[in-house]
Write a protein that binds this ligand. Structure first.
Ligand code: NDP
Ligand code: MG
Length: 391
């Protein structure tokens, strides 16, 4: 293995949950990792403080109003060049000096900057799951062409990536993704339609952004992760399984054809997976203590009940149908979650909206990123127009 050379890091979404955990890893490994670019949407003061602390040369604010105001107020340190506008994310993800881009933005806005960085052959720490869900085949093809290394940062895919190293796909029987089951795993099903946004944004184990926390409750998150796994590890849907594991310490398993099952285990914190990606292929001391087997622990596993988690059932159907279904599922879910969070629909309208948008799929397959973006935009309109009967 080559000696570790200091890596220049760019974080898209530095003010979010993935961003904040990445900063913790950078503080721990200052001699190995240097932050050269950061982005936020509208948290300008927080971004300015990050630039101050890490002496970051480039920062970008994607919300136009916030960018203008921050510029006027001189909020950022003088050594930081502040970028704004729709191409700001592409600018900082294609900085010539950048070695690895942490994709910690939420939603489809990561697609263009990620593709641009991949085309330049940069390493990508891939947290943003919408990227593969929306542009899977294009991203994988671009990475193959440029030799860009896609390092899965989502804890399940990072676990699988670690378990697969040194093994061939032909020896893999299946991948088993673990899922906490979210905050309503024990709520009686008939009470689900009256849960509130405040209830749905509290996760029992993980501290994450709002959207992904709601997705964990509905298990649309696991649906998106099935899509991600399909693209990253090139396996057909029948070889992708989900198991409920409320403690969130077993992050996923790989079952081989000889019956052996490998897993990866840490406490539920993203710093472990993020650090694995940033220092890859090297290892170093972790930010937080890991599991201690001197303390007694209980780990449980059980199959998910698809009646409780209709979003998971719809995800399997979408994966089997292929084509534009994954992009439609993702866009419909994004709008449905937004609408749920502002109180315009009930919790169980989330799967209803996804199902309705999928029923409008004409079974075609977009052949370019631009066409996919159109499918995404059209689905958002449909999902926004959906009239919920329950509210
Ligand atoms: P957060 O909501 O905590 O953070 C999102 C980040 O993206 C913030 O920096 C935010 O800026 C920025 N952002 C928001 N909207 C836009 C926009 N329109 N254009 C550009 N930037 C924007 O999300 P998470 O960190 O939880 O999640 C990020 C991604 O990682 C998601 O795709 C999620 O599914 C995935 N993921 C997250 C995990 C976690 O533990 N959180 C685990 C595994 C995957 P601002 O703060 O200014 O609004
Ligand atoms: Mg995950």
């Amino acid at each position: 293995m080559k000696k570790f050379a200091r890596k220049n890091v760019v974080i898209l979404g530095a003010t979010g949950s993935i961003g904040t955990n990445t900063l913790r890893v950078l503080r721990k490994h200052k001699s190995k990792l240097k932050l050269i670019g950061v982005s936020a949407h509208s948290k300008d003061r927080m971004l300015a403080a990050i630039c101050q602390e890490f002496k970051v040369p480039y920062a970008s604010l994607t919300d136009a109003k916030t960018y203008k105001r921050a510029k006027l107020e001189g909020l950022f340190p003088s050594e930081t060049q502040l970028l704004g506008g729709s191409d700001a994310l592409v600018e900082i993800s294609t900085l010539v000096a950048a070695d690895i881009i942490v994709l910690g933005v939420v939603g489809a806005c990561g697609l263009k900057p990620a593709l641009a960085a991949i085309e330049m052959g940069k390493e990508i720490a891939l947290a943003n799951k919408e990227l593969l869900v929306l542009g899977g085949s294009f991203i994988i093809d671009a990475a193959k062409r440029s030799g860009s290394l896609l390092l899965p940062t989502d804890s399940e895919h990072n676990a699988i990536f670690q378990c697969l190293e040194g093994h061939s796909n032909k020896d893999v029987e299946k991948l088993i993704l673990t899922a906490s089951g979210g905050q309503f795993r024990d709520t009686p099903i008939q009470k689900l339609d009256s849960v509130t946004p405040a209830d749905a944004t509290k996760h029992p184990n993980w501290s994450m952004g709002q959207k992904i926390t709601v997705d964990s409750a509905t298990m649309a998150n696991k649906g998106l992760e099935l899509f991600e796994a399909h693209w990253l590890f090139n396996l057909e849907p029948s070889r992708l399984e989900v198991v409920l594991h409320p403690q969130s310490v077993a992050h996923s398993f790989v079952q081989f054809i000889d019956g052996s099952i490998l897993g990866q285990f840490t406490p539920p914190s993203m710093t472990f997976a993020i650090q694995h990606c940033l220092l890859y292929p090297h290892r170093s001391a972790s930010v937080e203590p890991t599991l201690d087997f001197k303390q007694s622990m209980q780990w449980n596993f059980k199959a998910p009940d698809l009646a409780r988690y209709p979003c998971l059932k719809l995800a399997y159907e979408s994966l089997n149908n292929g084509g534009n279904a994954l992009a439609i599922y993702n866009a419909a879910n994004e709008i449905a979650v937004e609408r749920f969070l502002i109180g315009s629909i009930n919790y169980l309208d989330i799967p209803r909206i996804i199902e309705w948008c999928l029923s409008n799929d004409n079974n075609s397959e977009a052949t370019s990123v631009e066409a996919l973006i159109q499918v995404d935009a059209y689905t958002r309109k449909l999902a926004t127009a959906y009239k919920a009967h329950s509210v």
